[in-house]
Design a protein around this ligand. Structure first.
Ligand SMILES: *Cc1c(COP(=O)(O)O)cnc(C)c1O
Length: 358
């Protein structure tokens, strides 16, 4: 029985050819033509002014906070329902994550409860477009402007999504992408920081490159090596070439799940004026027992699923919060196989197994 994974990158000979080109030209480290090319392609796709490729999405977030000079003593408002990398970046710079409650409808930050979290120490709002569903950018922007806060978008899961025709990756002062193997487009490991401000961009470039200044081997700040390699960027170029195809395939998969599982499980609700990235299909069961039965049934049939995020404040190195929606949905939520190459036959099988188990 073939295994159906929860995700699988959408690769073909183009990725391979460009990687071979890196080998043959010997440009395998963080210099070479594909890095600028990949940054330019993403710039063109998102319409961001500046793009800086990084070695992964976690250090893209770290660089975003460094560029905004967020540090010890500062507070950053975020949620407890995101990937741990989001909030870890806040800890890396010594700042304090302050959790705001999420919505039940889309599992994103509840903007109506955000203002109460702001103190004199608040410097930024760091929000994630969870599972590729976009947050209420207009409201976030309004609150950020009113209180003079930076808005940082963790767009790791929302590559290709748009808010009123504005692309995810430009919905904040600084935005970040991840190009891990299970993300909408991949570079193996990889990430990117996007911004519209030249000063921020220059700082990002410096921090990611050992704090180098103009002079060789002279370092103005404590920097890092967070550079992307030419090989990674080459894969990214090939991936971006078929971004429309990838998103179309994923949207079809998403809507097919919605159609076949209607009434059996709950789906997230997207905001009006937004187009999700359809990164993955999250479903919410009525009871924990139902979910557990389905997980077992699928596993017995060699079909992989993933649970929802463990609420961040349940992790030992975070302080508990009273944001409880994440705990409720964690018990009931499940991510279904949603990769572009998932066949119709296999998707029908998954849905049949789910509906006959419930
Ligand atoms: C994938 C992801 C990241 C970054 O992950 P890397 O594995 O470091 O590329 C950050 N935030 C979210 C929400 C993610 O899903």
């Amino acid at each position: 029985m073939n295994k159906i994974p929860v995700y699988e990158p959408y690769l073909d000979h183009n990725e391979k050819n460009l990687v071979v080109d890196c080998m043959e030209t010997t440009w395998i480290s963080s210099k070479g033509v594909y890095i600028n090319k990949f940054e330019d392609l993403v710039k063109n796709y998102t319409k961001a002014n500046y793009c800086s490729a990084t070695s992964n999405g976690t250090n893209a977030l770290h660089l975003a906070l460094l560029a905004l000079d967020i540090k010890k003593g500062d507070e950053v408002i975020t949620t407890n329902f995101t990937y741990v990398a989001t909030t870890n970046a806040i800890l890396y710079v010594g700042a304090k994550p302050v959790f705001c409650e999420i919505n039940k409808t889309d599992l994103n930050i509840d903007v109506s409860r955000l203002e109460k979290k702001i103190t004199s120490k608040t410097k930024a709002i760091l929000y994630t477009n969870v599972y590729g569903f976009l947050c209420n950018y207009d409201k976030l922007k309004k609150i950020a402007s009113k209180y003079g806060l930076y808005l940082i978008e963790d767009a790791a899961e929302s590559f290709g999504a748009s808010y009123k025709n504005k692309m995810s990756g430009t919905l904040g002062d600084i935005s970040t992408f991840s190009f891990f193997g299970n993300k909408t487009i991949t570079t193996g490991e990889g990430g990117m920081v996007l911004c519209n401000n030249k000063k921020h961009y220059d700082k990002i470039a410096q921090f990611k490159n050992q704090g180098n200044s103009e002079k060789p081997f002279f370092h103005d700040v404590l920097g890092y090596n967070y550079r992307m390699t030419n090989i990674q960027a080459a894969i990214g170029c090939a991936q971006l070439n078929k971004i429309d195809e990838i998103i179309t395939l994923k949207a079809e998969i998403y809507y097919k799940y919605q159609q076949l599982l209607m009434g059996k499980v709950k789906f997230l609700e997207k905001l009006e004026y937004t187009k999700p990235s359809f990164w993955i299909t999250p479903v919410v069961f009525k009871t924990k027992r139902q979910k557990e039965k389905v997980v077992k049934k699928l596993l017995d049939n060699n079909i992989e699923t993933r649970p929802f995020f463990t609420p961040i404040d349940n992790l030992s190195f975070y302080r508990k919060s009273n944001c409880n929606i994440a705990n409720e949905v964690f018990e009931l939520g499940l991510l279904l196989p949603s990769y572009p190459g998932l066949s119709e036959k296999n998707q029908n099988k998954i849905c049949r197994l789910i509906t006959t188990t419930l």
